[in-house]
Design a protein around this ligand. Structure first.
Ligand SMILES: NC(=O)c1ccc[n+]([C@@H]2O[C@H](COP(=O)([O-])OP(=O)(O)OC[C@H]3O[C@@H](n4cnc5c(N)ncnc54)[C@H](OP(=O)(O)O)[C@@H]3O)[C@@H](O)[C@H]2O)c1
Length: 283
């Protein structure tokens, strides 16, 4: 890293903030840390971090990363800190990110919003995809620091974009997990264990993931013709999943929501179209 060594302030030493600060220390940056509960800084101080007594003290750094639980918790800390350059890694909504960007602009702070698509243990590895939005020149100027944390991806100048990507991606995660839990509950009624079922779930999940680019192309073109599988066949399958869930005595909540959506799309005339056509109902 050599000449690009920087003084980085880190506000918030929860699970994620501590991982960020530790990774920056490992890469040889000077790191000043602040946390509401200063005791959490102990392991980082042992590794060479400096303890800032106040957010303002940490903000004397070249760049400040903030990673607190929520925007509401964070705003008074940011106002006290008033850094020169801020990379906000606290999760929130696009509107919260835009409001924070406006506040930063009014306070003369260069601002980039970021969302972390990783768990703390992955920070510092390429698997940790971190999405950014806001000021592109600020992102470019801090890229050397941000690359240490994971794989940085700049999504656009609208400060709310990274948060929008975050929630969209988390939606994929939550619906996948809910589908998996529904499946475990269903096969579990016949004594099938997660250990027995999960290899098939993994193979199936990867086959389904392979379909996403094709679905994306259909959404982009609006051409929902299919020679693979029509929506009405899938809607009928969903009805069977709901009926079987009920019959096996497990909740129908997860498949019932999808069934309702698919049925609406069929009723709107998409029965012979590809599953991608369901987006017309979602929109
Ligand atoms: N953990 C993950 O896997 C993960 C992944 C992606 C994104 N994120 C995001 O990263 C952010 C931090 O998550 P985390 O897992 O590090 O949470 P965490 O372990 O619960 O840490 C929360 C941090 O916020 C601070 N805090 C909370 N309320 C505060 C207040 N009123 N004033 C000052 N400080 C306050 C805590 O300080 P104290 O130590 O004093 O309580 C602590 O530093 C969240 O926005 C989360 O969504 C986390």
């Amino acid at each position: 890293m050599g000449e690009s060594k920087k003084h980085v302030g880190v506000l918030g030493l929860g699970r994620m903030g501590a991982a960020l600060a530790g990774t920056l220390l490992g890469a040889g940056h000077d790191v000043s840390v602040w946390n509401r509960s200063p005791l959490k800084a102990g392991p980082l101080l042992d590794r060479g971090a400096k303890l800032a007594a106040t957010p303002e003290e940490a903000a004397s750094a070249d760049v400040v990363l903030s990673c607190l639980s929520t925007y509401d918790a964070q705003q008074p800390v940011l106002e006290a800190a008033s850094p020169k350059v801020l990379v906000n890694l606290t999760s929130g909504t696009p509107e919260q990110a835009r409001t924070a960007a406006k506040w930063a602009a009014s306070a003369g702070i260069d601002y980039v919003d970021g969302v972390i698509m990783a768990v703390p243990q992955q920070i510092g590895t390429p698997v940790a995809q971190i999405l950014y939005s806001g000021s592109e020149p600020t992102f470019a100027a801090q890229r050397d620091v941000l690359e240490v944390l994971g794989t940085p991806v700049f999504t656009g100048e609208d400060a709310g974009l990274a948060a929008l990507y975050d929630l969209a991606l988390l939606g994929i995660m939550w619906s996948t997990m809910a589908g998996y839990l529904q499946a475990l509950a269903l096969v579990g009624t016949e004594g099938v264990t997660p250990e027995q079922f999960t290899p098939m779930a993994l193979a199936w999940h990867s086959a389904v993931a392979g379909l996403l680019p094709g679905i994306g192309e259909q959404v982009a073109s609006g051409d929902y013709a299919t020679d693979v599988s029509a929506l009405d066949i899938n809607a009928a399958g969903l009805a069977m999943l709901v009926e079987t869930s009920r019959g096996q005595g497990v909740s129908t909540a997860v498949p019932a929501v999808l069934r309702e959506l698919f049925d609406r799309a069929v009723a709107a005339g998409h029965g012979s179209h590809a599953i991608a056509s369901v987006i017309e109902e979602i929109r």
